[in-house]
Design a protein around this ligand. Structure first.
Ligand code: ARG
Length: 566
């Protein structure tokens, strides 16, 4: 339970004309718990209602019905003071965590409604670069979050596996490529071919015509074109899978752009029917001037369709197939206009569900100078970033804990986790600069710090070697300020999850798990836990176990592992 929020609710039920957020922000935590656990100052209200603060405090405190978790409410010196029934609150919290365990925090508000989270969606034959890490990591966290809240969640990887660039790639491959090379170093060699094509076309523009011709063949299901396309797609996917494996990601669908190639005619017909298409020099466009947007090109003069046409087809297909409650696209903010355009087109076509499609955007990552060697050219490959994180983590943990037996596994869990947490620790819309030092540090607000806290809790429990359950003396906790702070934070978990999903902002979960870890570490440093007194030891260990569960469940939502040792 989020006490501050609950106290705010009690207050706002009796105070009219002031928004409950404002009331909550006025609530103070008194410096000394003799004055209550939460205090509401009445000075501002006094001005508004033209009464004395004392009078307001007195009136308010006499009006409340006291919920269970509040022991007493008093007024003093213009404040309303709330005293929490700490023993009861501690009991409720610990009981709940022990009962639910890995389901602690789970809700059923999703009620089985279908939510699509489209994320990652790299382009075939192009590197999976650091920019893609954001969509992959944010999307995965949202996917887990919606599942945890009881939605039926469908994760879609809308692969960039179609488009005129495949014509170029086929031309380049036939001229300069070979199968062996492509199979050995897929992305690398395909990228090289792509670059070579663009160099050569400068002096030989006829290559462009060839490329168009090959794309046409691909659209017409020509055998050779289709086989080459399949080769490029297969080898690229195999490479991407390595990254997904490292991150522990599985998609429910890989229906990418090519999946919609045969669904284009239907979409174009629909658009004609609804009268949104306009001829423009042989091409088909949608005029969006009325909505202050540039026109959207839907079909080129040569008959080929575009990225946006495929997005229109995809949205319609998804509505038909999944009847989604929400259809979320985790894609960088550079594509905002594109998403605004096609969503507007659907709206104009009369699809009322267009409003359920949402572009969840994020800012750019830049790299600190010298962050990665440029062994593979100018682009930064996500796989390299993850491998480097693992390597560096291995060095750090072998130094910190030379006796650790599962170094490889832990280095992977912590190295990858560090990169993931770094991605999720800021509001997604912010641009940020990636730094190894910050990402991999065991101190500060990092993944390794949180994972280390989890491992610390595990090791305490192991050392204690007694049965831990919720049958404890709750006074031990209620009389301990540090313990109560841990309980308070744990109590906010559900509201954090709800807010996080409402805003599609996984960083609220990261913030929660940091707060929990910080509260726990303070408790750990200031209290001896493995004491002689069985009564005390048992109670304190129950809190350790509850914290462990809280951290683990949060990390799982974020898409991170929770190592037991490190
Ligand atoms: N493949 C695109 C890229 O890497 C992202 C696709 C985004 N999803 C969509 N439905 N348009 O830039």
């Amino acid at each position: 339970m989020d006490f501050k929020l609950e106290v705010g609710n009690i207050l706002s039920s009796k105070i009219e004309d002031i928004k409950s957020e404002d009331i909550i922000s006025m609530i103070e935590i008194p410096p000394n718990s003799d004055m209550g656990d939460y205090a509401f100052p009445c000075f501002k209200l006094a001005k508004i209602f033209r009464k004395s603060p004392n009078q307001i405090a007195q009136e308010l405190s006499s009006q409340f019905e006291k919920p269970d978790f509040i022991e007493k409410i008093e007024n003093a010196g213009g404040y309303v003071n709330f005293y929490i029934n700490k023993t009861l609150v501690a009991k409720q919290m610990i009981d709940e965590v022990f009962e639910k365990k890995e389901d602690f925090g789970k809700l059923s508000i999703g009620n089985g409604k279908n939510v699509i989270v489209e994320y990652s969606s790299p382009n075939i034959a192009k590197p999976f670069h650091i920019g893609h890490i954001r969509t992959t990591v944010i999307g995965h966290a949202l996917y887990n979050l919606y599942k945890f809240l009881g939605y039926n969640t469908i994760g879609i990887n809308h692969l960039g596996d179609y488009g005129t660039q495949f014509g170029k790639l086929i031309v380049a491959y036939k001229k300069w490529g070979n199968e062996e090379e492509v199979k050995q170093e897929p992305i690398q060699s395909l990228l090289k071919l792509y670059i070579k094509f663009h160099e050569e076309v400068e002096t030989d523009p006829s290559l462009d015509d060839d490329a168009r011709e090959w794309f046409r063949k691909l659209e017409d299901k020509d055998e050779e074109a289709s086989e080459l396309w399949k080769l490029f797609r297969d080898v690229s996917l195999e490479e991407f899978s390595k990254v997904y494996e490292m991150l522990g990601i599985k998609f429910d669908s890989y229906a990418g752009e090519s999946f919609y190639s045969d669904k284009m005619p239907k979409v174009l017909d629909l658009m004609e029917e609804k009268g949104v298409l306009v001829d423009s020099q042989g091409a088909k466009i949608v005029d969006l001037e009325e909505y202050s947007m540039p026109p959207a090109l839907i079909k080129k003069k040569d008959g080929s369709t575009l990225y946006i046409t495929r997005d229109l087809a995809a949205a319609i297909y998804r509505k038909e197939t999944y009847d989604f409650y929400k259809n979320i696209y985790v894609v960088g903010s550079q594509q905002t206009l594109h998403f605004k355009q096609w969503m507007k087109i659907l709206e104009v076509m009369g699809y009322e569900w267009a409003k359920d499609c949402e572009h969840v955007q994020f800012g750019m990552v830049s790299l600190e100078e010298g962050t990665l060697s440029t062994r593979r050219g100018r682009v930064v490959f996500l796989e390299d970033v993850l491998n480097k994180a693992i390597e560096k983590t291995r060095e750090i943990i072998s130094e910190k804990n030379p006796n650790l037996d599962s170094v490889d596994q832990v280095a992977k869990q912590v190295g990858v986790g560090a990169v993931v947490f770094q991605e999720l620790s800021n509001s997604r819309i912010k641009d940020y600069t990636f730094s190894w030092e910050r990402t991999l540090s065991f101190e500060g607000e990092t993944g390794p710090y949180v994972q280390y806290t989890h491992a610390r809790a595990c090791s305490l429990i192991k050392k204690a070697n007694i049965e831990i359950n919720s049958d404890i003396d709750f006074k031990v906790l209620s009389q301990n300020k540090d313990a109560m702070e841990v309980i308070r934070v744990l109590g906010t978990f559900k509201s954090v999850l709800i807010r996080s999903a409402e805003r599609n902002e996984p960083h609220h979960v990261s913030r929660f798990v940091l707060d929990l870890s910080q509260a726990f570490n303070k408790f750990y440093h200031d209290n001896l836990i493995l004491v002689e007194d069985e009564n005390i030891k048992k109670a304190l260990l129950a809190l350790v176990e509850a914290t462990r569960i809280g951290i683990k469940n949060s990390l799982n939502i974020l898409g991170m592992e929770a190592p037991e040792k490190m």
